[in-house]
Structure formats: C-alpha cells, structure tokens
Write a new protein. Sequence first.
Length: 345
Amino acid sequence: MRIEEEIKLDYSDVLFRPKRSTLKSRKDVDLNRTYKFKYSNFIWKGTPIIASNMDGVGEINLAKKLSSYKLMTALTKQHTIKQIEAIYKLKDLPNFVALSCGTNLDSFTRLNKILKKYPKFQFICIDVANGYSENFSHFVSNVRKKYPKKTIIAGNVVTADMTQELVLSGADIVKVGIGPGSVCTTRIQTGVGYPQLSAVMECADAAHGLGAHIIADGGCTCPGDVAKGFGAGADFVMLGGMLAGHREGGGSIIKEKGKQFIEFYGSSSEEANEKHYGGLADYRSSEGKKVKLPLKNSIDKTIKDILGGVRSSCTYVGAPSLKQLSKCTTFVRVNNQYNDTFGKI
C-alpha cells in the first residue's frame, strides 16, 4: 500500500485565469476542429462534443439533431440494425455517429453485422467500465486488426500508463473518466476513481505524445466545465447528464403534480441491467443511480447554451479558436466556484 501525496483536481477545483484578448466578440471564436487520427488516418471536421452512449442520450433522434450542429453521438449498444438504417442514409451522419460495443461475443457480433451492412460508419466505441484489464487491451488490438481503417475509441481509463497501453493496442482515441458522471456511483460503491481535471491533463499528455487523442468523459455540470475539459487538453468532451431529459432522447414521460419528468439512469445501474440484460448478475452490484429530470423541450437551447459558454471562455482567455484554448489556459485553484446565495444553478 502507498499514498500519492500530489493533489489531484476536479473541474470544480479550478477557474480559468482571464487574460488580455484581441477578440471583439464571442461570435469571432471558431469552435470547429479538424483531426487526423493515428491509425485510421481519417480526417474529421466538426465541433468535438459527443453525446454519451447512455439510454436517453445516445439515441438516434438526438444524433440527428446534434449532427446538424456538427456534434457527435455515441449510440447505445442496444440499437438494432433496422433502427440504425434510419440514419445511415442521411448525408454525413455516419461521420458523426460512433457505434458502441462491449467486449463480449454477442456485442461484437452485433457490431460486425452492422458494419457489414452499413460500412460507411467510421467510428467504433469500445466501451467498458474498467479499461484496465489485460483482456480489454487484447480486444482493442483484435478490433484494430479486423478494422484497420476505422477510428477506434476505447475506454474508460484515468491514468497515463493505461492511456499509452490502449493507444499502442490500436486505439485512435482514449476515453477518460472513472466515476465522475452525474448518475455514476462507482466511487461510492467501489472507492475507485480519479479527479477528472487531473485525469484529463495526464491522459491528454500521454496520448498526444503518441499522436493519439482523448475524450474527457463525464463530470461536466455546466458549460464552464466543458470549456475546462478542453482547456485541460481534451480533444473531445463527452456529455451525459447535460444532454439528458430532452424529448429527442426518448423515454417514458412521467407526470407528477402537473409537471412532466423523464427518468435518467447510469449505464451500470440496476435499471440499465434490468432493461438490457435481464437484471444484475449475482456476482455484481449496481454502480449507477436513477433520477427523475424535469422534461426539457427541444435540445437546441441546451446546445446553444453550451456552445455559447465555450465561446465566452475562449474570449476571456484570448483564444481565437477552440484549438488555441488549451495553449491560452492558466487555471487557478479555488475553494468556491460561484456564489450560490440564491440557490444552485
């Protein structure tokens, strides 16, 4: 046993230090990025925010809407071939959708069937809660051999060593985050995790040194957190809770006392296991919770709020583009992020 004494930080532990800027307006900030990925050599252009592959977020109707803003969606692992057909024919949408799979045979077989019928999908998201197993690295390597020209996302991890391991195994993009999500209880249930800001900084440094990219997955509660993820070096930021609760995400609407709600739950929750796998296996416990979110209408307002916040962050630190944000970033440590006299936002 040993203890690492160095302080690790979450998004709420820091603020951007403002700097002189020549920008006249937020509208002058360019949020588009162009990436060429290490193994696939695929060139992607868009605003690098991704909807998480969670029920109510990684859904087809949400993907259609986000793609109109050049944002990506990681679809859940449960979509059928027939459902996916609905988006395959839409112009450019296959470049803004990641097909998700786990490491079991059924999940991989489903992925192979989809890609055989719809080969234009470019992104594969290999998604497990614990990316530290040797089996996971081997699986990523095997998928790379089978699909040399696909862009592979793999995770989740939170440390530099395993980021490098996954990149060397064939991942173009490593997904970073264990336990920071709004409906994730991994840190409570297992005592495992890593403060997200520090995880992003350390994993970005490791991936970029090898010519690969990372996704900051989880922990964002507001547009400022999204900007902090990019400021810390993330190439993409993945959002779950911030994009949940909208009509485009589907789900049953619950009416209580004249108000409307939608359920949102973690991918490792009892509810998710019951819905997709027939219940929790005897050898595991729930690592997610279920909440009721007030029903939001169109997701357009939420998207514009997030993008507007990131643009504003760039203007405060003098970054003319999202690409320049991390180079212009200086974080200051804080004990309090904002004044909540009249309640939390």
